[in-house]
Each structure stands twice: as C-alpha cells, then as structure tokens.
Design a protein around this ligand. Structure first.
Ligand code: AMP
Length: 304
C-alpha cells in the first residue's frame, strides 16, 4: 500500500556523550520514509530543502526507493537545521537551535499522483502545514500524526484543530502530559483521544511505548540496548516502522496495531545504534524479523 510522508528533511548537528556530527542527514520525513521503506512501497515524501542540501542526502533516500517527486528544492534557500545535545541520560536532550530556514515559507504541494495514498504519516512539522496536506488529498485509510513540545507550546490551538482530523497520534510521555495537562499517562491518553485521534501512542524513550485505544492498553518494551550512539530520529523511525507495517498488511485490527508498535520499536532500536540515518541504511529483512521476535521473548513468562 502507498504511504505519503510529510515532514522535515533536515541537516542536524548532534552532540552525544559518545561523539558528534555536524550537518548530518536528519529530519522527521527522512527517518519515517527510510524506516517505512523496509516494509512497503511506494513511499512518497513531501518536504523542502535548500540549495545546500547534499547530494548524498538525495542518494540515501533514492537508495531506499523513496519517491522524491514531492521534495521541493529551493536553490536560493537553506535547509532546515536542527541542533541538539544529549546528556548521559540519553532520554534528555537540549535543543540548541531550530533554524526553520526554507520551512518558514513552506507550503506543501502534493503531487497529483500522491493524492490517493492509502496511509498518511504527518511527521513533526507545523500543525498548520499538516492540516494543509490533509486538505489536498483524498481521505486515506489512516492518518498518523507525530508532534512535539515545540508545537504543543508554540501552536497549541492550531495543533488542536489538526488533531480533529487525525486517526493515530504519536507523541512522547512529556509531550502527552503537556498536551493533556494530565500527569497520568493513561488518563492523558483519554484526554487526547477526546481531542480527535482514536488511537494514541505514547513513547517513553528507553522504557518503551504505550498503545491506547478505546478497548486496549498495550505496553511494548524498548529493546534493551547496550550501545546507543545517537537517539535522534528514534521517534520518527518508530512512526515509520509503525506505518510501514500497516501499509504492508493493510490490517487495522487491534492485534495488528500491536504488531505495528513492535515493528516501530524494532526499527527505532536499529536507528539509535548509529549516528544520523546510518542505522537505517542497509538492514536485511532477516535482521528486522529477528529483532521483532526478540521483543516477544523480552516479556514472555510462564504462568507457573
Ligand atoms: P526525534 O528524535 O524522533 O524527535 O526526531 C529528531 C528529528 O526531528 C531531527 O532529525 C530533527 O531534524 C527533526 N526536528 C527537530 N525539531 C523539529 C521541528 N521543530 N520541526 C520539524 N522537525 C524537527
């Protein structure tokens, strides 16, 4: 099934206790598309970059088979740049800079052939832009939306408007608390469900993720990693694995949503093993399958 991905395509400067990278390939749409490309096709990307965007970035996405007709290149502008610093507790990061650059005036234009996409994943960008995308397309099977504190704080009313048209929202625990003004995550998910999305996924960094629907609370562990080099993009990669699996199976049952959460978690575990998008460059189906299975062993136990 086709997947339409909208989000940032970025150059990231990252510092972690284990190393640093300058102007490395990043962005929500990049991670989502790369992760989803392991499951289904076509993956259609909508985003914008500047004249400084390196050829290697295009080559990376092309190598993953991502359709780039919707990637606008503004030669006279500069690519969105994000810079962040992680501390020993990799769950905490400081955003040092968010330079929107070409994103400031971005007006997503959806190519004709993208308008009938089965699954839509709105990566973390301005909620006004997320809505503008939905206005241009035919109603898909499922709309998934990621967001972050930057927008919850900066464009709260616009985000609330966008959420009315969303089926699945993915956000992390602190963002869920911020959006719902409710400290307990289960209650928080209920508040967020009241805003529109019938399915809420709350990511808890190295502590896994919760999938909350009307009937279900499903708790997925995170894969216990010994070597985490760069957590950047883990959340987007999770979303990419999640939508990729749904695109592959086209099954929206609760059981399959759970599987999608585990595939999302498995893909995120590959992402954090290397800097930038390197962990998503050349995985094999067997590696992904093995990690998916390893999740089952993580919390399986006998009754007696
Ligand atoms: P994650 O670690 O999953 O939250 O995603 C990090 C990625 O999101 C980085 O590659 C950044 O370029 C991108 N990013 C960070 N802040 C923003 C923002 N305000 N809008 C869009 N993309 C962002």
């Amino acid at each position: 099934m086709s997947v339409l991905v909208v989000g940032s395509v970025a150059l990231d400067s990252i510092e972690t206790p284990f190393g640093s990278a300058k102007s490395a390939l990043g962005g929500s749409a990049t991670y989502i598309s790369a992760a989803a490309s392991y499951f289904t096709a076509p993956i259609r990307l909508v985003g914008v970059v500047g004249g400084d965007f390196p050829k290697s970035g295009i080559e990376f996405l092309e190598a993953r088979g991502v359709d780039l007709e919707g990637l606008e290149i503004i030669k006279s502008g500069r690519t969105f740049h994000w810079s962040g610093k992680y501390h020993y507790d990799l769950n905490n990061r400081d955003t040092l800079a968010t330079d929107l650059n070409v994103f400031e005036k971005f007006d997503p234009k959806i190519p004709e052939k993208y308008k009938k996409s089965s699954y839509v994943c709105l990566g973390n960008i301005d909620p006004v832009l997320q809505r503008r995308v939905l206005e241009q397309i035919e109603r898909p099977r499922l709309v998934i939306c990621d967001t972050m504190n930057f927008w919850i704080e900066g464009k709260n009313a616009e985000l609330r408007e966008t959420l009315k048209a969303i089926d699945v929202v993915i956000l992390n625990d602190s963002e869920a608390r911020l959006l719902s003004k409710e400290p307990n995550l289960i209650k928080s998910a209920r508040v967020i469900r009241g805003m529109g999305p019938k399915i809420v996924i709350i990511k808890k960094g190295e502590h896994g993720a919760l999938l909350i629907t009307e009937q279900t609370v499903f708790s997925a562990p995170a894969y216990p990693m010994e070597n985490i080099f760069d957590p950047t993009g883990a959340g987007d990669t999770f979303a990419g694995g999640f939508v990729g699996w749904l695109g592959k199976t086209d099954d929206l049952s609760e059981e399959n949503l759970k599987r999608a959460v585990i595939y999302g978690s498995a893909m995120a575990s590959f992402c954090v093993e290397k800097f930038s998008v390197d962990g998503l460059a050349d995985l094999t189906p067997l590696q992904i399958q093995d990690r998916f299975r390893a999740f089952r062993e993580l919390s399986r136990f006998d009754e007696d």
